[in-house]
Design a binder for this molecule. Structure first.
Ligand code: ASP
Ligand code: MG
Length: 412
């Protein structure tokens, strides 16, 4: 039998009624002849509540017990989903991560899946079970302790199962109807994409971060798992949602498929550092040790052996970055004249695999921003992305005008 993986997020299993609605969708796929693996999240709000209990009990908690507590929300929905399916006469049973087993590393609260031996579940399918309902987000460490995969980890559970069972597809049911060309709250012309390439999806993480855990997209890309993101609140339709797939399945791609943004950025400039071998290591080593997530980096031309070094990071990490730099200066590892923080910037990016074969994409982005009188402070590019830092107050305008300029409201 072909295998289908169906994942239901927290809002899709938030009440018994919604679990029933989700179970009906599972029943439709079973009727088509699939053996179905259902991955469930905890009821929405439940994981936050459990995290709160742990923090209140023990602020410097033992991560193994954090995982024991926080993984439990999924156990409830897995059992309830199996019961609901049984009530519909669909042969189903629930599986906790350790029962499968979902073998993970021992990095508690952010474990990675190492292997999912399919034997136990396949044996049950062979006996006539139609649906394996698996608690998402959890696994078991080599030491035999319960682990969790990081917030949003049920998506990764779903993709890992799809890879392990060579599923035909992995359907991610959520509360939005797909991936959009940009955030519909910012640009009302935002359009739902029918298809998007894995690489684009990774770059558009700022739009899709809440929809798919980044790790799940990486895994899907590695194992070529076809992922479909769709809403559990709309009528069932085989063409619904957005297919996240290999770029080979996207015949003709526009130069740009999406406009992403990140609102709370800061631009930091170290004025007058010595331009010598090892200086970048001496700056970015301590920043990384301090947990600062550096994104863009620009080193300016050097004059008389001194240069300015600019980088961007999330605005809430500015204090940490300043301290790391002050400490490095005090210990004599680096020497600079001043550290200037501009905390009112945002990053806007255009993304598209078609950029590889279309010329003039970056130039068009820059002229669009010029026409709106928006000053660009830093530019970085990759093969399929151009990003700029601009004043935060122009972020919405930039997103809208780029969305218009690249005609994203129209299908490609
Ligand atoms: N319930 C977990 C969380 O809220 C995992 C998930 O839903 O993906 O992060
Ligand atoms: Mg999620």
């Amino acid at each position: 039998m072909p295998v289908l993986v169906m994942k239901f997020g927290g809002t899709s299993v938030a009440t018994l009624d919604r679990i029933k609605r989700a179970a009906k969708r599972v029943g439709v796929e079973v009727a088509k002849g699939y053996d179905v693996i259902v991955i469930v999240s905890a009821m929405s709000g439940e994981t936050n509540k459990l995290v709160g209990f742990v923090n209140e009990t023990s602020p410097l908690f033992d991560a193994r017990e954090y995982d024991a507590v926080v993984s439990s929300g999924e156990n409830v929905t897995a059992g309830l989903m199996a019961l609901t399916l049984q009530e519909m006469d669909v042969p189903a049973r629930s599986w906790q991560g350790w029962q499968v087993p979902v073998e993970t590393t021992s990095a508690h609260s952010s474990a990675r899946i190492e292997a999912i031996p399919p034997g136990n579940i396949l044996a049950k399918f062979a006996e006539g079970m139609k649906v394996a309902v698996v608690a998402g987000f959890q696994g078991v460490s080599p030491e035999g302790r319960i682990t969790t995969l990081g917030r949003g980890g049920s998506d990764t559970t779903a993709v890992a199962f799809a890879a392990a069972f060579e599923a035909e597809r992995c359907d991610i049911y959520t509360d939005v109807d797909g991936i959009y060309t940009t955030d519909p709250r910012i640009a009302d012309k935002a359009r739902k994409l029918d298809k998007i390439a894995f690489e684009e999806m990774l770059e558009l993480a700022s739009l899709g971060a809440k929809v798919l855990q980044t790790r799940s997209v990486e895994l899907a890309m590695r194992y070529k798992v076809k992922l479909r993101v769709l809403s559990s609140f709309e009528e069932m339709d085989d063409a619904a949602g957005t297919l996240v797939c290999d770029e080979e399945e996207i015949v003709e791609s526009k130069a740009v498929n999406g406009v992403a943004y990140s609102r709370d950025e800061a631009k930091m400039t170290l004025i007058s550092v010595a331009d010598r071998p090892g200086i970048a290591a001496a700056i970015f080593g301590p920043l990384s040790d301090a947990g600062v997530n550096v994104d863009m980096i620009v080193q300016n031309i050097s004059e008389e052996g001194r240069t300015d070094m600019t980088f961007s990071c999330p605005v809430d990490q500015v204090a940490r970055a300043e301290k790391a730099m002050a400490d490095a200066k005090a210990s004599g590892d680096i020497n600079f004249h001043d550290l200037v923080a501009d905390t009112d910037v945002a990053k806007v990016s255009i993304v598209g695999i078609g950029m590889r074969s279309h010329a003039g994409v970056a130039a068009k982005m820059f002229s669009t921003l010029r026409d709106e009188n928006i000053n660009i402070k830093v530019i970085t590019t990759s093969e399929i992305k151009v990003s700029v830092l601009i004043d935060r107050k122009y972020m919405e305008l930039a997103v809208q005008s780029l969305h218009d300029a690249f005609a994203l409201e129209k299908a490609g």
